[in-house]
Design a protein around this ligand. Structure first.
Ligand code: HEC
Length: 411
């Protein structure tokens, strides 16, 4: 029952997280685009009103005219839209998801005893919380330090620190959790930038203007610095958020932290291309180089071929049949992957992802996924609860490589 409720909550918060995240990133992309496409107004009367950029657009059958003021309008309108709840709700739903999946399900998703055998579940949960809070504090201090005013050195130091953190987290959490934590740390910085810097500074500027005073430009600059960081974080964070669909190529790989760093760099690079393009600088080589980098990454992280195991000494490569690997599946997989599942530690109503590994044909049909989850990467069995050995994985891999032959089946 408990896991059934967790599953529904997971669905609800994931859905909300996607909706609010799309709204947040959507507005952020829109305003970026807007800023770079505004053109000085042609009519003098509009210039006299203090407008220094305008843009006409058509969308959904309606025509729009957007005007941007050089400073502030003489009189503020009654309703001024702020764009902050998208950010706050993205963080709130994201944190709820972490709590449901990784805190409530700590034994299944946060802890991997082969990485670190935490005795109490509160220990890694406390570490998770401190990483989110500590990450923000360090980042915020760096922004306020002299380094914060130098974009390129700041990017280099920030990227190196994040890579170090990614490496560190893969040494203490289950790989999938380590990945999500890097993303959650960056997402927390982004939302906290909005909450602690961008919005309060905007508010101070608006208050000054309402009081007829000249707003402090430095406040706007501090906000702009954080906006710029958020902009570069977007694509890497989006990648990390979907990374848990790619266990073999990303978090399940032995170089998982380096793959995370490389893909983040590629994502930020692609973002850089669009930022430059919006400024009228066409660095056309960036996207092909990013694509090439991604192909090279796929190439260099290709899984090593599986060493065929010998069933008994002196025998060459043995031909394996289903009955040879059935005991392995029974020992390590079927407690969860059967209908209905019967795993006392993780009660669940139906086999995860509908994958039933107690039926020979079903095992054969899922051979390539099994290869991905239990041979090329070690994401299954979950948390390696049953201590599946390298030899068992190799044997399973060998059976699949030989064509996943059922008993009596001809190759
Ligand atoms: C303790 C329970 C448990 C055990 C034991 C277990 N699994 Fe899983 N398996 C899961 C869960 C939960 C998921 C869904 C994970 C997710 O949502 O990403 C899953 C997903 C999978 C998937 C689908 C992955 C995908 O996203 O395509 C495969 C394949 C798989 N398991 C194979 C295996 C194999 C092979 C074994 C034994 C070596 C095994 N599992 C042992 C719980 C288990």
């Amino acid at each position: 029952m408990e896991s059934y409720i967790a599953e529904w909550l997971n669905l609800l918060f994931r859905w909300l997280h996607l909706i609010t995240g799309a709204a947040w990133i959507g507005t952020s992309f829109y305003f970026n685009w807007l800023n770079h496409n505004l053109r000085p107004p042609s009519q003098q009367s509009r210039k006299d009103e203090g407008i220094n950029g305008e843009l006409f657009a058509v969308h959904g059958g309606h025509f729009y005219q957007v005007s941007k003021y050089g400073g502030a309008p003489e009189k503020l309108p009654e309703t001024l839209h702020w764009f902050k709840w998208e950010a706050y709700f993205t963080w709130i739903t994201g944190f709820s998801l972490i709590s449901i999946v990784y805190y409530w399900g700590a034994r299944a998703f946060l802890i991997d005893p082969s990485v670190m055998a935490w005795e109490q579940t509160w220990q890694p949960i406390a570490l998770s919380l401190s990483s989110l809070i500590g990450g923000w504090i360090v980042y915020d201090l760096l922004c306020k330090s002299p380094l914060g005013r130098k974009p390129v050195p700041f990017a280099i130091v920030g990227f190196s620190l994040m890579t170090l953190i990614a490496y560190g987290l893969t040494q203490v959490f289950a790989a999938r959790a380590a990945y999500i934590h890097v993303g959650a740390m960056m997402g927390t910085m982004m939302a906290a930038n909005v909450f602690f810097v961008i919005i309060p500074n905007q508010r101070k500027m608006v208050d000054a203007m309402s009081a007829g005073l000249e707003p402090d430009i430095a406040l706007g600059e501090k906000g702009a610095q954080r906006s710029l960081h958020n902009n570069y974080f977007t694509l890497p964070v989006l990648f990390i958020m979907v990374s848990n669909h790619f266990s073999m190529t990303t978090y399940g790989h032995e170089w998982n932290w380096a793959i995370l760093a490389a893909l983040s760099l590629i994502g930020a690079g692609a973002r850089h291309y669009f930022n430059l393009k919006h400024k009228g600088q066409h660095k056309e080589w960036i996207l092909p180089v990013a694509a090439l980098a991604m192909i090279s990454l796929a190439f260099v992280t290709k899984p090593a071929p599986i060493q065929p195991v010998k069933l008994s000494a002196g025998q060459a490569e043995a031909k394996l049949y289903y009955s040879d690997i059935k005991p392995i599946l029974e020992k390590h997989c079927v407690s969860c992957h059967m209908e209905p599942p019967n795993n006392p530690l993780w009660p669940m109503p139906t086999p995860p992802k509908g994958i039933n590994l107690s039926i020979a044909e079903s095992v054969k049909n899922h051979a390539s996924q099994i290869m991905a989850q239990a041979v090329n990467s070690q994401t299954m069995p979950l948390a390696n609860q049953t201590n599946m050995t390298v030899e068992e994985r190799a044997k399973l891999g060998q059976w699949i490589q030989q064509g996943a032959l059922l008993d009596g089946e001809k190759p």
